[in-house]
Design a protein around this ligand. Structure first.
Ligand SMILES: [Zn+2]
Length: 251
């Protein structure tokens, strides 16, 4: 499933979660309801796209890296800059000038690998939060996940149901320490994450268990981004409207 299908499914999951949460603890004003549902649905769409950060060119990954053409350009520039830098130093022209060219080469190389650097930096921040500031263990878990994200195969650890279970438990326990918005964000993210796995089940690759790799669910119902996915997206949007209609008129 591509971005369109995943975000539509996530919106549906977010809507259902919002209505369930609002039914369990009703809010007094319409503005509060809209704000609460907005936070859950936004978190849900984020959760619905986040698992594909393990894919180099997914929508989620494209948000944190340069376009493929610019990445190629940066890689080429990085090689050229480094070459000039080393030539300047090794041929004894100027160490300072060489160092500047090498610095520029490293910078261009970093820009070419922005996604890897952002994922590793966010992971490191999470680990610092856990070890230095005593954050919740879900910070340790997501920190490790972010650190390994650039190096693991697409649809492997990050897409496994085992990962989803630990992540959901962690976020739920963390969220339940706080009321309101934090819990709403956690619930939305969890709903979106599972909607993503649910969406991937329909495709050819499916999802597989981490510990029992033979346990794989792939319904092979449609190709990524095909007409069937567009239809399912529309159906999800329609169902979301129906859910909100029922909430508005009946509850
Ligand atoms: Zn996926």
């Amino acid at each position: 499933m591509n971005k369109q299908g995943h975000s539509a499914l996530a919106l549906l999951a977010g809507s259902a979660t919002s209505v369930a949460a609002l039914t369990a603890s009703p809010m007094s004003t319409t503005l509060e309801v809209i704000g609460f549902a907005g936070v859950i649905c936004a978190a849900s769409i984020m959760g619905g796209l986040a698992p594909d950060l393990d894919h180099k060119t997914s929508t989620a990954s494209q948000k944190i890296q340069l376009s493929s053409g610019k990445r190629k350009l940066m890689r080429a520039l990085s090689g050229i800059f480094l070459f000039i830098g080393f030539v300047l130093i090794l041929l004894g022209y100027s160490i300072q000038a060489g160092a500047i060219w090498i610095g520029a080469g490293i910078m261009a190389g970093c820009l070419a690998r922005l996604r890897t650097i952002i994922l590793i930096a966010s992971g490191t921040l999470m680990l610092m939060g856990y070890f230095v500031y005593d954050w919740h263990w879900v910070a340790l878990f997501t920190g490790i996940a972010l650190l390994i994200m650039p190096f693991v195969k697409h649809r492997w650890i990050i897409h496994s149901p085992e990962f989803a279970i630990v992540l959901s438990l962690g976020l739920f326990i963390f969220g339940s320490q706080y009321s309101g918005w934090v819990m709403a964000s956690c619930l939305g993210f969890i709903a979106g994450w599972w909607s993503h796995l649910f969406g991937d089940i329909f495709g050819n690759d499916g999802i597989r268990s981490l510990f029992v790799p033979k346990f794989k669910i792939a319904l092979r119902l449609f190709d990524n981004g095909g007409a069937a996915e567009r239809m399912i997206s529309k159906l999800c949007h329609l169902l979301s409207i129906v859910i909100w209609g029922i909430y508005g008129f009946v509850l």
